[in-house]
Design a protein. Structure first.
Length: 653
């Protein structure tokens, strides 16, 4: 159907007669109808009619615009003794069931319907939704169309409307003749607006306005005035609260002018860290509520050449949580020109404290495809054409804590984008003092710079953190990019890497440590360098004369002394938390089947020397001395692996 849409899997069966009592039966099914701009506009549509020409019943069921289920039951028949062909009956049932409760409604009582070639009439239709009721009525005939609507409810308030238009006939609107209409509304509670914005939004306030319609259907003209009081918008997940809002807007000949849309930004007490570090600034910036002001204009007719909104922010609390607190000021503009979104702005952070969670939020890998219930791939998010140029300045009071880092950040980043390309960033963010916690030690940050010159998620990194106050001041230097960092050990004076790591983690040289110290250094090397730590790991093993290293969860001695624990090789190690159940094991092979090892518990007293002799692949002897003294014989059974191959039968057949 060019210009309309596409039908998939449709069928129609009809049995119609010309006499009043002739049987009438219609069965029509449409599996899917895709509109030109809206895929899945109609799904699973089922139309069934049964009876006679004089008296029959029609049932309609299906889904429209997603998961909105529609159901209609109509009863009536063709009036054959009329001078013109006419159908008369009643709408017995009508409902729309949506996943969003506020969209659902149902017919409360049967409504009369008369359809003819020279006139028609529908209603009154009495509809009821979630705490609202609506009355609709319309009729046409004698080259005239008249429609009335009225409604009331706790969410809807009170609305009334009328429409008068000229018709060429009962079913054709005279598009060049004048028409007129009016719609008046008074809504005492705008709490339902938040549901339209998103699940996490909350809203409130009062609204009243009047819309008048003039001109012709071909060239309509709209005018009106709209006011809002005590408007409020809240986003609890960010702690943002906009209150005491006012709206003053006017519509003149299809040009909507928003003279004022303003909110107070209620501010919560700043976190203690920020109060301690920037008390003077907070006394000035957070002493009174912030302010958000919006003004602009747009045309509402089909000849619209775009819309523009100007924004001014004065200490707006975009985040007001104990761990994420931020005040932002600046100005900007948002314009919609044809199908492109133009954004301009300069923003500055007045004061901020940002604490990251210990672990980042989980996310799906790029190769994961999410499918809907019917097996189709979920549509990707629409990315409009952008003309973006926004500059953000972190100011002098941006305090960051997270991932072991605690520092004050400064600098600026500029975001630009054209078309549907991803935004690209340019600029630099640097640390001002601060420290970095690693391996239970506090390293002073000598230098920390993120340089943006491309995609936002992969800036270049240049950082140096040093442990001060020791004969050898060792540290870590990081370069490369965030996605591919290059880690290098440094020290003053310069010493070999094994010694650098020992001074960094243990606070002394490797000659003063034992096997337990070697385990710490091996774990630290794996944490610092990941898969690229092989060279340094070999140096540490050769320097201490060990062949094997592992870190596992468990206990030395007690009831669990002889049980195997979960083992993590090359995992990260953190002496600041969770060491009570960790055991570091280092060992040296005396022969191919004999291993002498030493287990040291971290965070509590306990150690064991073990001699393990593997008699064969299944049987081994383990002798322990220390916190746990024992002699064990272990028999290993392997199961759950791939099925054994069937032996070939090479005998002659």
């Amino acid at each position: 159907m060019p210009g309309v849409g596409r039908v998939k899997e449709a069928s129609l069966t009809a049995d119609l007669g010309s006499l009043p009592d002739s049987p009438l039966r219609i069965d029509a099914r449409v599996a899917n109808f895709d509109g030109v701009d809206q895929p899945g506009l109609i799904r699973k549509l089922d139309v069934h009619a049964e009876g006679t020409r004089r008296q029959h019943r029609l049932r309609v069921a299906g889904e429209i615009a997603g998961s909105n289920a529609v159901k209609l039951v109509i009863e009536g028949g063709v009036v054959d003794d009329a001078r013109e062909l006419q159908w008369s009956g009643r709408l017995l049932e009508g409902s729309l069931a949506s996943a969003e409760r506020f969209r659902s409604f149902a017919l409360t009582q049967p409504a009369a319907i008369t359809l003819g070639a020279v006139a028609w009439r529908v209603g009154p239709l009495l509809l009821a939704g979630d705490a609202w009721q609506l009355r609709l009525q319309a009729d046409a005939g004698g080259q005239r169309l008249h429609a009335d609507v009225s409604g009331h409810g706790s969410r809807l308030g009170n609305i009334t409307g009328q429409l008068e238009a000229t018709m060429l006939d009962a079913w054709t609107l005279n598009r060049r003749a004048a028409w007129q209409g009016a719609l008046r509304g008074e809504i005492p509670d705008l709490g339902w607006v938040g549901e339209l914005l998103g699940e996490t939004w909350r809203s409130g306030g009062r609204f009243n306005g009047e819309l008048k319609l003039g001109g012709t259907p071909e060239q309509p003209l709209a005018s009106g005035q709209f006011r809002g009081e005590a408007l409020a918008l809240t986003l609890p997940e960010q702690g943002m609260r906009l209150t005491n809002g006012v709206l003053d807007a006017r519509l003149d000949d299809n040009l909507l002018r928003v003279s004022q849309l303003a909110f107070d930004s209620e501010l919560q007490p700043a976190p203690r860290t920020l109060q301690r570090e920037a008390a003077d600034v907070l006394a000035e910036k957070a002493a009174r509520p912030g302010r958000l002001e919006i003004a602009g204009q747009m045309r509402v007719d089909r000849a619209s050449d775009g819309a523009t909104l100007d924004l001014r922010l004065d200490r707006v609390g975009v985040y007001q949580l104990p761990g994420q607190w931020m005040l932002v000021s600046g100005d900007g503009s948002i314009s919609l020109i044809k199908d492109a979104l133009r954004v301009r702005g300069r923003l500055a952070v007045d004061a901020a404290f940002w604490q990251m969670a210990p672990m980042g939020a989980p996310r799906l890998s790029d190769d994961v495809v999410v499918k809907t219930a019917d097996g189709a791939a979920a549509p990707s998010a629409f990315r409009p054409r952008l003309d973006l140029d926004v500059e953000s300045d972190l100011g002098r009071n941006f305090h960051f804590r997270g991932l072991g880092l605690e520092a004050r950040l400064a600098g600026s980043v500029r975001l630009r984008a054209e078309g549907r390309d991803l935004p690209r960033a340019s600029g630099r963010i640097r640390t001002q003092g601060g420290r970095y916690d690693a391996f239970g030690q506090q390293l002073e940050i000598e230098r920390g710079i993120l340089t943006f010159q491309g995609l936002l998620d992969n800036p270049a990194i240049d950082a140096l953190a040093v442990r001060r106050g020791l004969p050898v001041e060792a540290g870590v230097q990081i370069s490369g990019t965030v996605q591919r960092p290059i880690v290098r050990l440094v020290s003053d004076p310069d010493v070999p890497d094994v010694e650098k790591l020992s001074w960094l983690v243990l606070g002394h040289g490797p000659e003063q440590g034992g096997a337990g110290a070697a385990g710490l250094l091996l774990s630290a090397a794996g944490s610092l360098f990941g898969n690229d730590s092989g060279g340094l790991m070999r140096q540490i093993k050769q320097g201490f004369g060990i062949d094997e290293f592992s870190v596992r969860q468990g206990e030395i001695g007690g009831s669990g002394g002889r049980q195997m624990g979960s083992r993590v090789v090359g995992g990260s190690f953190n002496t600041a938390s969770g060491t009570g159940d960790q055991i570091v094991s280092v060992g040296r092979r005396l022969s191919r089947n004999v291993l002498l090892s030493y287990d040291q518990a971290l965070g509590r007293a306990g150690s064991v020397v073990k001699l393990t002799v593997n008699l064969n692949r299944q049987v081994s002897l383990v002798a322990r001395a220390g916190t746990d003294n024992a002699l064990d014989m272990l028999y290993t059974i392997t199961f759950g692996g791939p099925a054994a191959r069937e032996k070939r039968d090479d005998s002659p057949r």
